[in-house]
Design a binder for this molecule. Structure first.
Ligand SMILES: *Cc1c(COP(=O)(O)O)cnc(C)c1O
Length: 463
């Protein structure tokens, strides 16, 4: 085993060796044979430099492990952004995970009416709960809020005009832009007002024989300040209704509870929008609501019925896993006094800073020695943001572990941050003002965080 091979071994010889048999047991004969053939092909091209049998097998094991690994993995989101779109947004509560397992691991009555033994409707499992929590008459659920807006416009405004304030032509990360979504929904955008000011008379002037509805888009990821004016939902609703038109609101984040109850900044709730006269409201399931990726469409039954009947609904519908998870998340809202404990998103949002500080104190010592010679580790005041376009300017006071390289070197800082991202359970922080910050507001599993730190490959170390 210890001497370099004199010629490439046969596939059979490797597979029947003890180590070979172990690989087959772990990864399957097909995978091992294929990886081995590829490796042997390479070896045949460089016969003067053959490895030992041992290193051949080690390589093979590494290749197979790499092939079998899943690139989507659990990470620690210590970025300071609670609902981080790139890090998966809302975290689901245990009850939702259990419900997903039960429903997805078995056959279910997803679209089957058990009372009558015939085809049923998948919305039925969550519709009444959504209505109860929002005050809406009817509801349906699709893949995400972008799909909710697309489907609503494609149903209620196809081939017609939709006036939208120039101050609300938002782009939400990636490729969701209101003007483009409207184009794909087959309706024409009529821009009204100016970026900073739109008046009721602008809406009134825009209404013509071809107007389908009035739309208000919640400017969720920015705020226009200074000399501004926007028209209230009630005023737009009244104007729409005077002309026999529906009023549609894209709330974006759409909270189900008044967050100011928990000392958080006020975000318009879905019930508010309905009370203010919206006929249809769309919002995300995985932003402030704290559930699975989904888009909720709620409002007047006559409009929701039309939306459900649009053939595009089929293309945008949600899976049973989403329905199962959404139900359990919504159920927590039936006990709003406990929601800040039971729902991870709201627990993170409402976590007292004193609690975060105590966690930081407990982490300081076990982490400090790791960086002994290269960096100072301290507890620093920081500010978390909500993320996903919710309350873009609001910050929540928090505490972070800050790792500040002694040499004040940007490259060292980047290497440190890379090293944390290479851990088995990658840690994502943020670099700010010469330090790597880990906002602890969203750190739930402290033991798991600490347990892998000894595997950190620090800059300059050889192991
Ligand atoms: C986030 C957002 C969307 C898109 O929602 P997704 O659930 O990410 O598809 C649409 N409109 C507004 C106003 C938003 O804030």
């Amino acid at each position: 085993m210890a001497d370099p091979l004199t010629h490439p071994p046969s596939v059979d010889r490797v597979l029947t060796s003890e180590a070979g048999r172990e690989l087959v047991a772990q990864f399957g004969r097909h995978n091992v044979t294929q990886a081995l053939r590829e490796r042997l092909d390479t070896l045949r091209k460089n016969l003067n430099n053959l490895p030992t049998m041992e290193s051949l097998l080690t390589d093979l094991n590494a290749t197979l492990e790499q092939q079998a690994s899943f690139s989507l993995k659990r990470v620690f989101n210590l970025s300071g952004t609670i609902l981080h779109t790139n890090l998966g947004r809302a975290i689901l509560p245990e009850s939702a995970l259990a419900r997903i397992a039960d429903i997805s691991g078995n056959a279910s009555n997803l679209e089957y009416d058990l009372d009558h033994g015939r085809r049923g409707d998948r919305d039925i499992h969550i519709e009444s709960l959504i209505c109860q929590l929002t005050g809406a008459e009817a509801a349906t659920v699709v893949n995400n809020n972008a799909a909710a807006v697309l489907l609503t416009l494609n149903t209620l405004a196809i081939g017609k005009e939709v006036p939208v304030s120039r101050g609300e032509l938002v782009e939400i990360g990636g490729s969701f832009r209101i003007p483009e979504i409207m184009e794909r929904s087959d309706c024409s955008l009529v821009e009204i007002g100016a970026t900073n000011r739109t008046h009721l008379k602008d809406y009134r002037r825009a209404i013509g024989p071809n107007t389908a509805l009035l739309l208000k888009v919640h400017t969720s990821n920015y705020e226009i300040r200074g000399f501004t004016n926007e028209v209230s939902e009630t005023e737009i609703a009244n104007l729409a209704h005077d002309h026999g038109l529906p009023f549609v609101t894209d709330l974006g984040s759409g909270s189900l509870v008044d967050l100011s109850k928990y000392g958080l900044p006020k975000e318009p709730t879905v019930s508010n929008a309905i009370e203010n006269g919206a006929d249809v409201v769309t919002f995300s399931g995985d932003k402030l609501l704290g559930g699975p990726q989904s888009g909720l469409i709620v409002g007047k039954k006559s409009f929701i019925d039309l939306i459900k009947d649009n053939p595009m609904k089929r293309a945008l519908r949600v899976d049973k896993m989403t329905i199962a998870a959404l139900f359990e998340v919504l159920r927590l809202y039936q006990d709003p006094d406990k929601i800040h404990e039971t729902l991870p998103t709201l627990r993170h949002l409402t976590r007292p800073v004193e609690d975060i500080r105590m966690q930081a104190e407990a982490l300081l010592q076990p982490t400090a020695f790791i960086f002994d010679s290269i960096a100072d580790i301290r507890i620093e005041d920081t500010e978390s943001q909500i993320g996903s376009g919710s309350l873009p300017l609001e910050r929540l006071p928090s505490k972070s572990l800050s790792i500040r390289p002694r040499s004040n070197s940007d490259s060292l800082l980047r290497e440190l941050s890379d090293a944390f991202r290479q851990l088995p359970m990658p840690v994502v922080g943020r670099i700010h003002d010469g330090a790597l910050l880990f906002d602890l507001r969203t750190l739930d599993d402290t033991p798991a965080f600490l347990a892998q730190l000894e595997q950190l490959t620090l800059p300059g170390s050889t192991s």
